[in-house]
Design a binder for this molecule. Structure first.
Ligand code: DI6
Ligand code: FE
Length: 410
């Protein structure tokens, strides 16, 4: 037998493999990870590393914990400007819906994003992606939805892909053309959806600019019937679908998403029992967004117990956006998912690794397992629950992306 050969061997590490083997966090203490090319080729206890193994490079992890690279599966991080003014107005009593109806909210960010050229948009958005990457995030989903016309949506999606290359993060793009009604279509939502389905989605599909299509199904967004038309168009163009569902009211969004075979349904504060059961049958991931729940001072939590009971996988994401979740910390979202939604720290970490990857339709990442992409984060922590326990702070000590040490140490 030829000796095992690794391009990179990580030693003196504890592993939270998240492989769902019944052991909490899939823990391997005193472990090692062998990497060949951009893939994990060996995982186990250090004492079991084949004695004759040769490694071109060995990285001593100094007793740190290794987890899969984090995955932020729901962001709107490419936008211009900010909405601190609306934050102040909400503190004085205005609601998110009031501000939206007056032409603020999403449409305020649409104006700023339309006015910015691609370079300006990239310059404003880059620090947000860099902040996520600094916390061990190696895959990020980025939505459009601040263009609401073909050219500006395409600009946002192109900037999202460009930033992935500049910052060194894998970016999945999602077309969220049905995010809000632009003023030129006021009182003509069906006409706007015609435009989305006849022109925008086909143009985005032709350009290969998006991996999936999303919509905002809500009383202040689009109706279930309109959402269904968007989904039918997406499917005709072989694009996966996901949905902002039941965030502010129960519109049956979760069941609608499940019926369309959506990868995920997101928010879900008002999802009913039938919606949960439909998601379980369709293997649709529940994406929890505690940042938006917190910022809007919502009081109704998503039906976590029902998701558990039905075995609906739960992901946790930042929803990074200027209106309802102005955060760039996925770790803070893990803390909020535990404190506000009562997830366990293990559920929260699964929500930012394996389940987040599934919410993007990715099965090649999210665990430390043989054959998985070698996207790995190293942490200065004594136990994995610390990743959810802290309110702020960043214990990320290193990142390996696609088998290469992207960053190690300060
Ligand atoms: N729900 C949200 O939480 C974000 N989009 C959506 O449909 C908010 C987007 C914004 O307010 O800019
Ligand atoms: Fe969102």
């Amino acid at each position: 037998m030829t000796p095992a050969g690794f391009d990179l061997l990580l030693v003196d590490a504890h592993l939270a493999t998240m492989r769902g083997d019944g052991v909490p966090y899939g823990t391997v203490r005193d472990g090692a990870v062998g990497i060949v090319g951009d893939r994990i080729a060996w995982v186990g206890r250090a004492v079991d590393v084949p004695r004759d193994a040769v490694a071109r490079r060995t990285q001593d992890c100094g007793g740190r914990w290794l987890t899969p690279g984090l995955v932020d599966c729901h962001t709107h991080l490419v936008y211009a400007g900010n909405r601190a003014n609306e934050f102040q107005r909400r503190l004085l009593g205005a609601t998110y819906a009031d501000i939206a109806r007056e032409g603020g909210g999403i449409n305020a960010t649409v104006r700023a994003t339309s006015a910015a050229d691609a370079d300006e948009l990239a310059a404003e958005s880059r620090p947000r992606l860099a902040a996520l990457a600094a916390e061990g995030v190696t895959t990020v989903e980025i939505k459009s939805g601040y263009g609401l016309d073909t050219a500006t949506e395409l600009k946002q999606l192109a900037v999202a892909r460009l930033l992935g290359e500049l910052v060194g993060v894998d970016v999945c793009t999602t077309a969220l053309a049905a995010h809000a009604l632009p003023p030129e279509f006021a009182s003509r939502a069906d006409d706007y959806i015609d435009y989305v389905c006849r022109e925008m989605i086909p143009a985005i599909a032709r350009a290969g600019a998006a991996d999936a299509v999303d919509a905002f199904c809500e009383t202040i967004g689009f109706t279930p019937a309109q959402t269904q038309r968007v989904f039918a168009t997406a499917s005709a163009h072989r694009l996966a679908v996901k949905l902002h569902a039941d965030q502010l009211s129960d519109t049956g969004g979760a069941a609608l998403a499940a019926a369309a075979g959506a990868l995920s349904a997101d928010h879900l504060e008002y999802t009913n029992a039938a919606g949960v059961a439909a998601m379980a049958r369709a293997a649709t991931v529940a994406v929890l967004l505690p940042g938006a729940f917190y910022a809007l001072r919502e009081t109704q939590s998503p039906p976590i117990a029902a998701f558990r009971e039905h075995g609906v996988p739960m992901a946790v994401a930042t929803d990074c956006n200027p209106g309802t979740s102005p955060t760039t910390s996925l770790l803070l979202m893990l803390n909020m998912a535990c404190t506000l939604f009562r997830l366990t720290p293990e559920e929260a970490l699964a929500g930012a690794t394996v389940h987040a990857a599934r919410a993007l339709g990715l099965t090649d990442r999210g665990t430390l397992g043989i054959g998985q992409r070698a996207d790995i984060a190293a942490w200065d922590i004594a136990e994995p629950a610390e990743l959810s326990y802290r309110i702020g702070g960043n214990p990320c000590a290193g990142v390996i992306r696609g088998g290469r040490v992207a960053r190690w140490g300060a």
